[in-house]
Design a protein around this ligand. Sequence first.
Ligand code: HEM
Length: 405
Amino acid sequence: MKLDDVISTPAFAADPFPAYRELQEKYPVQWSDSWNCWVVTRYDDVRTCLQDAKRFSNVGRITGLFHRLFDPAQLAQLKPLIDHYSHGLINIDPPGHTRIRRLLHEVFRPSTIIRYRDFVQAFVNEALVKSLPTGKLTVVRDLAHPLPVHVIARLFGVPVADVPLFTAWSAGIVAFMQSPTPTLEVCLHSQQALLDLRAYLRRGILERQTTPLDDVLSLMVHARSEGDALTEDEILGTAVTILLGGHETTTRLLTTTLLELARHPEQQESLRRNPYLMETAVEEFLRFAGPFHRDQRVAAIDTEIGGQHVHQGDFILLLLAAANRDPRHFPDPDKFDLARTPNRHVAFGFGPHICLGAPLARLEMGIAVGSILQATKSFKVASDQIDWEFGFLRGPRELELELRN
Ligand code: HEM
């Protein structure tokens, strides 16, 4: 099977897992002309790439795309975008990365995250109060999209009135990542959104240097470890990653999870009756419905992965969602099993760059899904026709649920 033959078919977007399995069995590391990179599907190989930064680097994972696609004059137009993606947490390797992570650990402590519990619960309650009397929930519009963006806005102390701006910047920046071959026009659009967001956040950073507030942005500005502090550029780079990484991902995970619970009424009912299973269930949501399908690394040296020789500078796409269904690691991998243990999925990545916001995502998921289950007797999908958006993230563009209460 050639991945290139199926990549852009609607059947692949609707259900990529049969193709993932075939790749895993027959061509675990396959070259894709369409994506212009190696595609890695087996769990062990994916974990090796995520773990081994000396061979599989984060440097150039985004900027390399621009250098492959555009000529020098076009690259000059994209300088601010390229500069942004040349620095910052997710674009660098240890030891520079370890230094920033150490400072961020001071910020993203469990005690910081737990302070957002009441806000998340109140937000979900408000969405349900509006939806329950109608017997319908328009999931993306009414809950899965606004919830994470409001949570992140709160992390950054952004007033509610500015949340629409935040939402638009997030969608604008992420636009160039949704295709492996974005046009110059799309990249320029993303660049403008990025510049606007950076200018907005820069004002917030300056204010907090003199007057700290009760938010994560203030904690980043004032984080200290062994006399070290984050620079303004590092705070900006991390903040943009938090906005993109914490918003678009959670939206898609929540939507796909509710779809799967609607498709599996017996699992839905079991979780409704046994809410104490939620912690284990959230890990299965991440494994089975995880939104982050395509992670990236760049070969730092000539090396080998899964028996395949790769050259220094080659791009490597790690199909996290395929790894999470690898039968070598997960018994009965296509079964949605909310009691599955152990469940060492890679939905949050693995190794040095493992998701910084995982505790927050788990908190949002547990509260949102738990509240919907407790407020309803059952729910099902209004239509089986799902329009899937499938870039490096995958999820339904919208999902209508019929609620019975
Ligand atoms: C369902 C929700 C989420 C998923 C599936 C997810 C997934 C991931 C993955 C796979 C990575 C590793 C990328 C790599 O190694 O290349 C990552 C990194 C990251 N995530 Fe998340 N994420 C989620 C939610 C969040 C939230 C809520 C935040 C913050 C509030 C966040 C912030 C970050 C940051 C800052 C990084 C970069 C860490 C580093 O480079 O050291 N994520 N995420």
